[in-house]
Design a protein around this ligand. Structure first.
Ligand SMILES: [Zn+2]
Length: 450
């Protein structure tokens, strides 16, 4: 039996929270640190960010003494942040080292702007340094399929973090041309790839992807979106690599947590963020093991502290101790987004993550779009499926077969609540941008189908 290496985040967090060397990290010490850091972050936010100054001014018992009091504070929503990003700025504009503009796809709302100071970016580099040491060691090479042109971009911060552990990061950027991305792997021969799930899958399933020898890429870190299990399995089978997952949002300072060698859930940056899981309807905390919406509070961000920020991501804390032996808790795999499903009838919910698991299992599928459209009878599920050029021949019946095996689809079809429209097949000559959130587009209220 091989022993799993303990997550490197544990020793890092022990140092970060200022425990004397040799003093063991305990959950009680971590909890004490987090409560003190929460109070400090609340005082900073209420003192310096106009939004939180208005929100918390004159609030009795502020800042709260305990987590119970903290859990009574109102949430911050994505809409709050999008409405006026400058309202959240807690340092002078001259102290801002990096501005990130996030456009949400499919909406006409204003873009979100996020601000980071030099110290904020430094903490992210430190997280990348320790987090990446789960996957790579000194002398190894990492090809980064993420944006990295600008100073302070995620790619640049990763290169810096990797440099501290003696590894070389090379920024390729997001995959725009699949053939070119495969060629970059063949040229640079990286030990590790960091990328967006559907893009890395499309590389593996691209005809040129077969030229990447098995065993060359030893590990892959998938980030940015929730990660379908079918993609993990397809990559491990194609390349003989180990796939790790990272969970983070730009709002957290890019990084949030990373899997350990147990590869089941994520250990979190607990010295930098405080994570809660709440019932999406009531907003009340749920016990470990129960799924809910992930909510986080930044403990150390200076430019744009966020208090109880609702991510829209669904996950649970895993109640079992981690097989890696760390006492750090684990947030389970992100199971999708609150907004990525659609109700069919009274009791059936069709989710994008279920469609992902069904369709990415089919060899040759590299991406798809799903829409619910009005029909003569029940609404139709319309799929446009992108297949790898020159890959396995797929036809509509393979896809219908895979769909019909999904309990939600089978149930909806059986009860006459859904019809499956003829599947549109395309050849994915280009990779998905990966930037668009993977959602089922609901057009049922839009009138007759075009
Ligand atoms: Zn672990």
């Amino acid at each position: 039996m091989t022993t799993l290496r303990k997550t490197p985040l544990e020793d890092w967090i022990q140092r970060r929270i200022g425990l004397e060397s040799g003093a063991p990290l305990t959950l009680a010490a971590l909890a004490r640190h987090q409560l003190a850091a929460l109070r400090k972050s609340l005082i900073h936010a209420a003192g310096s960010s106009p939004f939180y100054r208005r929100r918390f001014a004159g609030r009795p018992g502020f800042p709260p003494e305990d987590l119970q009091g903290f859990a009574a504070l109102p949430f911050t929503s994505m809409a709050d942040l999008a409405a006026d990003p400058f309202d959240f700025l807690a340092v002078s504009q001259s102290a801002v080292a990096r501005v990130v503009t996030l456009r949400s796809s499919g909406t006409t709302g204003p873009p979100k702007r996020l601000f980071f100071s030099t110290a904020d970016l430094e903490r992210t580099v430190d997280f990348f340094y320790h987090g990446m040491s789960t996957l790579v060691g000194p002398g190894q090479r990492v090809l980064i399929l993420m944006p990295g042109e600008q100073p302070g971009s995620v790619g640049q911060l990763l290169v810096e973090g990797l440099g501290r552990l003696g590894a070389a990061g090379m920024v390729h950027g997001p995959v725009l041309d699949l053939g070119a991305a495969v060629d970059a792997v063949l040229t640079h021969r990286p030990d590790c790839l960091v990328g967006i799930p559907v893009q890395v899958l499309a590389m593996a399933r691209h005809p040129r992807g077969a030229r990447i020898p098995r065993g060359l890429v030893r590990s892959v870190l998938l980030s940015t979106d929730y990660v379908p299990e079918a993609i993990v399995e397809a990559l491990e089978e194609a390349w003989g690599c180990r796939v790790f997952e990272h969970y983070g949002m730009t709002e957290m300072g890019y990084g949030g947590g990373v899997a350990c060698e147990a590869r089941d859930g994520y250990h979190l940056r607990e010295a930098d963020i405080f994570v809660e899981v709440v019932d999406p309807e009531t907003g009340l905390g749920v016990p470990d093991g129960v799924s809910g919406e992930v909510v986080f509070t930044t403990l150390a961000l200076s430019a744009m502290p966020l208090i109880r920020y609702r991510t829209g991501d669904l996950a649970r804390f895993l109640p079992e101790p981690c097989p890696c032996g760390s006492l750090l808790r684990r947030l389970g795999k992100i199971a999708g987004r609150r907004a990525n499903g659609a109700a069919i009838g009274q009791s059936i919910r069709l989710t994008m993550s279920a469609l992902d698991e069904a369709l990415f299992t089919l060899p040759g599928v590299i991406d798809f779009h799903a829409e619910l459209v009005p029909g003569e009878g029940p609404p139709g599920l319309r799929l446009t499926v992108q297949c790898a050029p020159g890959g396995d021949e797929l036809d509509g019946s393979d896809i219908r077969g895979a769909l019909a095996r999904l309990p939600a689809v089978r149930d909806a079809l059986g009860r006459g609540l859904l019809a499956i429209e003829p599947v549109r097949l395309g050849t994915g000559k280009e990779a998905s941008t990966g930037a668009a959130k993977r959602i089922i587009v609901d057009r049922r209220q839009e009138g007759a189908a075009p």
